[in-house]
Design a protein around this ligand. Structure first.
Ligand code: ADP
Ligand code: ZN
Length: 817
């Protein structure tokens, strides 16, 4: 009997791909093991074994696999089920989910490597032209890949030439599959055995009295060893002794110290573990009990607690109980780079049990978390991660916490899978029979809606921990201030006044401006023209620091122009304002105080963000100006005042969620103020002080906001009442995008009638030289989502059958908000 293996390839394929395997292989292979397979003309991929069966594929001749790469599966069966759900729900291929899930180091690299056989002498006059070119290239570099040969010879079919040279033993050829993952080695030192005895040691110290720095190192090593009787890392030694690594190296060279290596996990916790878990207040305890009661009936529960109500401490208690039961815990955060504070806090409680899964960590570091989780190691019993952590191999999951569940960054927009991590986490919990707690001070409308209609449980905390007062929020009318000339730059007299008071009292200030750069738009005061990005349909933003114009969509940049490109006059002026300009103005207003800026431009690099947070915590910064990065659950002790420079550009954003998001953003920024006993003050500058959202923010009226917004969603057929699927068409040719999207929309209308909107160009219709056009499909509550997707797939297939449309990229985005 013949055996076949369906595999998942890490590329977008509609169907699983089938290979021929032997009976022995069929016996050995289990779903979730990696296999190396040939694909296409000369590619090799790492694939995941999916299903074994006896049916040969009908459309092609099955190739055989190259080799089996694992002894045991590297993914779990519930994980695979979860991947399948994601692929199915978000209308993408399971290969794309695999790609998003597996750290790169687990997807082996396949490269055919050619090198010269140096053990024979070659008479190069005997070589044919092609052979000579390859031979010559190998004089200059030690090895070549097949792809290199293709470009050297400038033709596709290179294998026969290579094969001929291999047969003549001019070339070595090896197909090398290597794993990129290498465990990290840490350097340790100890005193050389020669100095074991007290006498020898004394002798050494005497000799070293002429090299006091080296002597100090030896003495420190001695103290460290006495203290905890553990191997001493080089890093620890240099830190404790204050010596440079050069001094340590000198001692190693002299054989006073002996160096050795120990293999360790890359992701390692270096703090002091196990601070006592805080005793919950009465209110917190009630909430904890209510959550546990709710879990009895409902796996999903929403914790709606105002900022600084002590939600995190409640999570800690829940985590503690799961640990005692030996279960795994997933703690999801919107953007992990932004939450080092929280990671530290949890590490202080749970120490080594915490594994952080982080896209900014190296692939190797992620492999370690992966393996620890797969093997149910206590080292990864608690996983903290951003959205992609829901794709990990949990084997024994008991609880998921989705912190700041309203955050938009839980949704992945590009590339596929375009999943929402909170929703995918609800499904994941279900597969594991685990509980899931969604936490927020400003829940998303959809979660609060699910709670009010009984689908989710709900627990509310309405007071801050220790009864700290909610901040006092004041709205400042910009129109009035400008009219009465009470503005300095973008600062009203009220804001300047409050800033002066706070600074005099030695308190800190946060200023929020939702735009980076100096000024969003540069405009010619003579002809009104403003410089545009050549690749995208947007105006360029002025960045004063580099005196540059930059595109925030594609990264295009150029030096600031001296003259208008349209009329040639030297009359370019800046309009609107960003964080950079606010920072400048603060420096002028308060020259004796330190101001810093936190936005994408100042936090690049692995530790850029940590450094800023740290400096602010240490009081080295008095005024922190920033974008929405500031809103992400930061806990600062000495922030007295928060200023929102301009609320209007949030409120006027063209999106059905603009009001909901404005409420969330402003409440969250405001929540950074006065987290200790001193009551915080918040000033919101706006041209519309009577706007309902601003009124609701100022008195913390979440429920009023919810009711009013839900009314709009009913009336205008938006989520959470209706569901949405967005279909985007992309092509560099304007007409093609129009024709393709019109055709698609017409077909959709035959099925879904009035519930199809568009096609329409978005506000920014061209990005990176591609035109974008969108169709929105609205799905009423009583219409089956599955059937809707089926109909869309059918139309998509007919679309692809039209030759002219095929080059147009179609992007499906389910729940695109
Ligand atoms: P939230 O997550 O709701 O914003 P936090 O959990 O960060 O609130 O709590 C706000 C502040 O109050 C933190 O500084 C926290 O350490 C402190 N806190 C909360 N609960 C307790 C408690 N039971 N005992 C002592 N301090 C607490
Ligand atoms: Zn651009």
């Amino acid at each position: 009997m013949d055996y076949f293996l369906d595999v998942i390839l890490p590329i977008p394929l509609q169907k699983a791909f089938t290979y021929h395997i032997t009976e022995a292989e069929a016996d050995f292979i289990k779903t979730g093991m990696r296999v190396a397979v040939p694909f296409g003309k000369n590619k090799i991929y790492t694939a995941l074994a999916y299903k074994i069966h006896n049916n040969p594929p009908t459309a092609y001749e099955a190739k055989t696999i190259h080799q089996i790469l694992d002894e045991t599966p590297i993914i779990t069966s519930s994980q695979l089920k979860h991947w399948e759900w994601i692929a199915n729900y978000y209308m993408c291929n399971i290969g794309e989910v695999m790609r998003a899930s597996l750290p790169n180091a687990l997807i082996l690299e396949s490269e055919t490597i050619l090198s010269r056989n140096t053990s024979i002498n070659v008479d190069d006059t005997s070589l044919k032209d092609d052979e000579f070119l390859i031979f010559e290239a190998l004089q200059f570099q030690s090895s070549l890949k097949i792809q290199d040969v293709v470009s050297i010879l400038d033709k596709k079919r290179v294998l026969p030439v290579i094969k001929g040279m291999v047969d003549k033993e001019i070339l070595h050829l090896h197909e090398e599959l290597y794993e990129k993952y290498r465990p990290k080695l840490v350097r340790y030192v100890k005193l050389d055995n020669a100095f074991k005895s007290e006498a020898k040691l004394q002798e050494l110290l005497d000799v070293l009295s002429r090299a006091p720095k080296q002597r100090e190192v030896v003495l420190t090593l001695f103290t460290l060893q006495a203290q905890n009787n553990k191997p001493i890392k080089v890093a620890e030694l240099t830190k404790a002794s204050g010596a440079s690594t050069a001094i340590v190296k000198a001692l190693i060279d002299k054989s006073v110290l002996e160096e050795y290596h120990i293999q360790t996990d890359r992701v390692q916790y270096e703090g002091q573990d196990n601070s006592a878990i805080k005793k919950l207040s009465e209110v917190q305890n009630e909430a904890l009990n209510a959550i546990e009661n709710s879990f009895e009936e409902k796996a999903v529960t929403l914790l709606h607690g105002v900022t600084s109500s002590g939600k995190t401490e409640i999570y800690v208690s829940l985590i503690q109980k799961q640990l005692e039961k030996g279960k795994q815990i997933l703690y999801l955060l919107p953007e992990i780079a932004l939450t080092t504070q929280l990671v530290e806090r949890l590490q202080n409680y749970f120490g080594e049990k915490i594994a952080v899964f982080h896209s900014r960590y190296s692939s190797n570091e992620r492999v370690e978390v992966w393996n620890n989780l797969l093997n149910n190691m206590s080292k990864a019993q608690i996983v903290i991660g951003a959205r992609s952590a829901v794709l990990l191999p949990f084997s024994n999951l008991g609880l998921i916490i989705v912190d700041e569940e309203h955050e938009q960054s839980y949704k992945q927009f590009d590339p596929a899978p375009r999943y929402h991590a909170r929703d995918a986490a609800v499904v994941l919990a279900n597969f594991h029979n685990a509980k899931i707690l969604l936490g927020s001070a400003t829940p998303s409308l959809e979660s609060y809606f699910n709670a009010t209609n009984g689908k989710y449980g709900i627990v509310e905390l309405t007071t801050r921990y220790n009864n700290v007062l909610m901040p006092d929020i004041e709205l400042v009318d910009l129109a009035d201030k400008y009219k009465r000339k009470r503005m300095k730059g973008h600062f009203s007299d009220r804001l300047i006044q409050e800033m002066s008071i706070a600074l005099e009292d030695g308190q800190q200030i946060i200023l929020f401006q939702n735009r980076r750069g100096y000024s969003p738009i540069v405009e010619c005061t003579t002809c009104g023209n403003s410089p545009q990005c050549p690749n995208c349909d947007v105006s360029l933003t002025y960045h004063q620091f580099r005196d540059q114009l930059r595109c925030h969509y594609c990264g295009y940049n150029s030096a600031m122009l001296k003259n208008c490109q349209a009329c040639g006059n030297a009359s370019l002026d800046t309009k609107g304002f960003g964080t950079e300009q606010i920072e400048e103005e603060v420096k002028v207003l308060f020259p004796d105080h330190n101001v810093a800026r936190m936005d994408l431009d100042t936090t690049r690099g692995k530790f850029g963000f940590e450094k800023l947070i740290n400096n602010f915590e240490q009081g080295e910064i008095d005024v922190l100006v920033g974008t929405q990065m500031l809103t992400k659950g930061l806990d600062f002790r000495h922030v007295k005042l928060v200023g929102i420079m301009n609320a209007d550009n949030l409120l006027n954003f063209p999106d059905f969620r603009a009001h909901e998001r404005s409420y969330q953003l402003m409440s969250q920024v405001a929540g950074r103020a006065g987290r200790t006993d001193l009551r915080g003050k918040v000033l919101i500058q706006t041209y519309n002080p009577h706007h309902n959202i601003l009124q609701q923010v100022s008195i913390n009226a979440y429920k009023d906001m919810f009711k009013e917004q839900m009314n709009d969603r009913y009336n205008y057929h938006y989520p959470p009442i209706y569901r949405l699927i967005k279909i985007t068409f992309k092509h560099k040719d304007y007409n093609k995008v129009n024709l393709a999207s019109d055709w698609f929309a017409k077909s959709l209308r035959q099925v879904f009638k009035v519930n199809v909107l568009g096609p329409e160009f978005p506000p920014i219709s061209r990005i990176r030289n591609l035109y974008n056009k969108n169709i929105l499909v609205k799905i009423p509550q009583n219409q089956s989502l599955a059937k809707t997707k089926e109909a869309i797939s059918k139309i998509h297939n007919s679309f692809n059958a039209v030759k002219d449309f095929r080059p147009v990229r179609v992007v499906l985005n389910i729940d695109n908000y």
